[in-house]
Design a protein around this ligand. Structure first.
Ligand SMILES: [Zn+2]
Length: 409
């Protein structure tokens, strides 16, 4: 009896292996993106497939098992290790006897992992995305929040659009929006930091993807007084050029182009997968309505100043601030604007966008607009409010001194 059982069993294993080999999912590439707070691991897959994720401690690891899968480049050993980034020290992979592929992320600290599957888009096929948020980092960030001083710096959150998996628009010569807007955002941050009483926070300072709502959340975590999103999108008509400034619209886009753009911007959140918490949307929209009127009018005033400054350094597409339903601008409490510095689809503008001197000009213009706005509308308790008050007092003092010359003495 046992004699016949052995070959039968072996045959079953063989046929199962043949089945796996035929349907096995290929893991074609493994990519990592690291920001200061989180790390994203992306696996490019040949097909959608279920996976199992769990964490282990001592040392800290995240393990992802994908049934019926193998690495495309795997040789006979089918195991590999690649150096990590951010919260991941290294990534190890190994094919297992049951035909599954095990991916182990060796970590630098304990993390909160989140995984989801993303559908194919123009650039990528099926992807399995694992987002890791460091638990220690989070604590450190919270502890770093200093209590408000007597007169505080104004905080300007500068958001370079797109990044990582999302290149943004791509010009005819291959210029990627995510790269040029990061350069402009960094130049702007430098200028803001040189300004007394102001401090810049870069929402992303590297080539990684941040979901729209996380961008706003980061700005809010840093207690930003203003949120400026920097873009250089494409338009279907390549002859269109010039800068535009947008603020959030409560009633929908003010023109067809802004509607089109808003759709594009909002669609890029799909790259982040299921990160939008739609459960809270009803409550959120009520709260938004309550506080948005005030911040919209502040956004409009500030955006008009920025548009005016951009008009001085180059061409503007429209002389009025546009309104559109950008997700990235949906903050109830922070005046926010989205600056389309130029159209990367326009060949002349694409060339200018790559030029560091032009990037500086754009950054200078945005900075001048923001500065002008805050010197006219300084939030109470800020150094700028104190500066403006001193200036006003000095001006009054001069006036009083002048009148004293013609006094009753
Ligand atoms: Zn963009």
């Amino acid at each position: 009896m046992p004699r016949s059982a052995v070959p039968l069993f072996a045959a079953a294993v063989l046929s199962a292996q043949a089945l796996y080999a035929a349907e096995s999912v290929e893991v074609r590439e493994l990519r990592l993106w690291a920001s200061t707070e989180s790390t994203r691991v992306v696996l490019d897959l040949s097909a959608a497939t279920p996976h199992n994720l769990f964490t282990l401690t001592g040392p800290d690891r995240v393990v992802i098992d994908i049934p019926d899968a193998h690495l495309t480049d795997s040789n006979s050993t089918s195991s590999a290790s690649i150096p990590g980034q951010g919260l991941v020290r290294q990534v190890r992979t190994a094919g297992r006897e049951d035909g599954s592929l095990r991916v182990v992320l060796d970590l630098t600290e304990r993390v909160q992992p989140k995984s989801f599957v993303v559908e194919p888009n123009e650039t990528y096929g099926h992807r399995l995305v694992i987002d890791l948020v460091g638990l220690n980092t989070n604590v450190a960030v919270k502890a770093a929040h200093a209590p408000a001083a007597d007169s505080r710096d104004l905080v300007i959150a500068i958001d370079a659009g797109h990044g990582g998996e999302d290149p943004g628009a791509v010009g005819r010569s291959g210029t990627r929006e995510k790269d040029v807007v990061l350069s402009i955002a960094r130049a702007l941050a430098e200028r803001v930091n040189r300004e007394p009483g102001m401090r810049a926070v870069l929402v992303r300072d590297g080539d990684y993807f941040v979901a729209h709502r996380d961008r706003m959340r980061r700005a809010r975590d840093k207690r930003a007084d203003m949120f400026v999103s920097v873009h250089a999108d494409a338009f279907r008509d390549r002859s269109v050029s010039g800068s535009s400034v947008y603020i959030l619209s409560s009633r929908g886009a003010s023109d067809e182009a802004s509607r089109w753009l808003a759709e594009k911007q909002n669609a890029s959140d799909l790259i982040g997968g299921v990160s939008l918490d739609d459960k809270d949307d009803v409550l959120a929209s009520v709260l938004l309505d309550l506080s948005q009127t005030a911040s919209l009018s502040a956004s409009m005033t500030a955006a008009e100043r920025v548009l005016h400054e951009l008009d001085r350094v180059g061409e503007v597409r429209k002389r009025a601030v546009q309104q559109a339903g950008f997700l990235v601008l949906k903050s109830p409490d922070i005046p926010s604007m989205l600056v389309e510095t130029a159209y990367i689809s326009n060949p002349a503008e694409e060339k200018r966008l790559r030029d560091p001197r032009h990037q500086d000009k754009l950054a200078n213009a945005i900075h001048a607009g923001i500065r002008g706005y805050f010197h006219e509308n300084p939030p109470p308790g800020t150094q700028i409010a104190a500066m403006v008050a001193r200036r006003t007092a000095a001006a009054r003092g001069v006036a009083t001194g002048g009148s004293a010359d013609h006094g009753t003495d």
